[in-house]
Design a protein around this ligand. Structure first.
Ligand code: MSP
Length: 501
């Protein structure tokens, strides 16, 4: 069976999950669910990034130990993903023993390869980013992402000799031109490498909240070295080499654009140094902005996804974030935008189609669905919609994929409006119209299920289909004419009651 393995970033546990975290995680989940529909065995890894100075400082401010602090926050992430119906295969915390063992193995491998050497770091550090910056990368001494003052640091550090990897990285990207999605990000990465790479610090001496270097216990690993390693430690590196050999490299790291250098430059170099393969790919997303600004605790514009799902439903919320922003671009979150998309795409389109079809079948066909025709006018539209939806999900273009699916919903609603089956007498003509509408709705239900798993399962059942919509297969079950007819169709409650704007 073909495998598809994806990862989300592991999130800092300085505060509870916000919309930006939920966004990246929902996209990863939806793409994984898509690959499952394609018949692949799927693995989704997520987790929490728990070491480093930032966490230490938040714990200090609360007057608790860092361990107590992270033990309180990390479960909030696991809980949020449960509530957002994320199908998590593995959740790694960087404070787990399996991670520590793997990080130390990776550090030792890079050290033994001669790529880690001791030196003195003098420069600026943004605690919110947990990143070192050159003066020209700052705005009047402030971090460009957080608008907070970067600290001046001078201390003994071990450095990873990234400068040795310029050519190797460029050669690798030349041999793997499709590794980063969307395509234009590859130039950003290779352009950065071509400017010349600076060695980066992989340890801190002034901090204790971290994983000790195996050869020098007076240092702990730099939090990014520690964090990036989660992608292999969760897959068994250092603890279960057989599993690791079978599961690495993964297909995609899903990341936000702010962490592209760590993931697409540092990380493959670290892996090469340890004699390991880079991941097969990265899917780089933009930011969801609120009022034009990136959401963050520091900026104070945090939107809690769990408040929104209480209001709009899990699937309504999942749909909104996937459909409103094409993955790779920035999106602007607004409450009005959320409600208006809910009303237009879900209440007026998908929900309306499901309700109309079931109402007519109940009233005029005795509640039993007629068979579709072999190639009605909707069949050709369905074939195009399926092909476009496949292409867009394959390229991690979430909003385009949903739009391709919605083109079939819109066409089916227009088809019903043109034929007005609600005015027809029972008989052959009515049966043909309703059979085709049911078939289009059945196909839509499969195609939309990665975005809205529960709603699509509900519609699947209302159509009288047996089994799970998630067990259908793209390609075979999305072919026109698979609806067998003669199933009992139920109307049920409105799927998406309209919201007052
Ligand atoms: N802990 C590091 C990642 C380590 S991965 C080995 C980290 N954590 S984070 O919690 O700050 O951010 C994690 C991800 O969430 C990043 O990819 C970031 O881009 C994403 N988002 C955080 N805020 C966001 C938005 N407002 N919009 C979209 N995603 C953003 O960085």
């Amino acid at each position: 069976m073909k495998k598809f393995s994806a990862t989300t970033p592991i999130y800092y546990v300085n505060a509870k999950p916000h919309l930006g975290h939920a966004y990246t995680t929902i996209v990863t989940d939806a793409v994984c669910r898509w690959h499952k529909l394609c018949g692949e065995e799927v693995h989704l890894l997520t987790g929490t990034d728990e070491h480093g100075l930032k966490i230490q400082q938040f714990a200090d401010a609360e007057g608790v130990s860092p361990k107590q602090f992270v033990d309180r926050i990390a479960p909030m992430f696991a809980d949020a993903w449960r509530r957002l119906n994320i199908d998590v295969s593995d959740f790694i915390r960087t404070t787990e023993q399996r991670h520590k063992v793997g990080v130390q193995k990776l550090l030792q491998a890079c050290y033994d390869a001669g790529d880690i050497e001791v030196d003195v770091y003098r420069g600026h550090y943004c605690v919110a980013c947990e990143a070192y910056y050159m003066p020209e990368e700052l705005d009047d001494g402030k971090c460009k992402i957080h608008s907070t003052k970067a600290q001046y640091v001078e201390e003994e550090n071990y450095f990873f000799r990234l400068s040795r990897y310029e050519k190797k990285l460029l050669d690798w990207y030349a041999a793997h031109p499709d590794a980063i999605k969307p395509d234009h990000r590859v130039n950003e990465v290779t352009g950065f490498i071509k400017q010349g790479l600076r060695d980066f610090s992989v340890s801190r001496k002034s901090l204790t909240w971290g994983i000790e270097l195996p050869w020098d216990k007076s240092h702990v690993a730099y939090v990014w070295f520690d964090a990036l390693a989660n992608y292999i430690t969760a897959h068994g590196y250092g603890t279960d080499e057989k599993r690791f050999a079978a599961t690495w490299p993964v297909d995609y790291h899903f990341i936000g654009k702010d962490i592209i250098r760590f993931h697409c430059v540092y990380w493959p170099a670290m892996l090469m140094s340890a004699g390991l393969e880079p991941p097969k790919g990265w899917a780089v997303g933009g930011w969801l902005l609120v009022g034009g600004e990136k959401m963050s605790k520091t900026t104070g514009n945090v939107v809690n996804p769990l408040d929104l799902i209480d209001e709009i439903g899990v699937d309504g919320f999942r749909y909104y974030v996937l459909a409103d922003t094409n993955y790779g671009n920035d999106g602007d979150f607004s409450y009005e935008g959320l409600l208006s998309r809910f009303n237009s795409d879900l209440a007026n389109n998908f929900g309306n189609l499901a309700a109309r079809v079931a109402t007519v079948v109940e009233k005029k066909c005795g509640g039993v669905g007629p068979k579709p025709s072999s190639k009605g006018e909707l069949a050709a539209i369905a074939t195009t919609s399926v092909a476009d939806t496949i292409k867009e999900w394959q390229n991690v273009q979430t909003s385009r994929a949903l739009d391709a699916t919605w083109s079939l919903i819109r066409a089916t609603n227009a088809f019903l409006e043109a034929h007005e089956p609600w005015k027809m007498e029972p008989g052959k003509e009515l049966d043909t119209v309703m059979g085709d509408a049911l078939e289009a709705l059945r196909i839509v239900t499969i195609l939309a299920s990665p975005a809205m798993p529960r709603t699509c399962q509900e519609v699947w059942q209302r159509l009288g289909m047996s089994g799970q919509v998630a067990d259908q297969r793209i390609g075979t079950d999305t072919q026109w004419g698979r609806y067998p007819g003669s199933t009992k169709v139920h109307k049920g409650e409105p799927l998406f009651p309209r919201k007052k704007v």
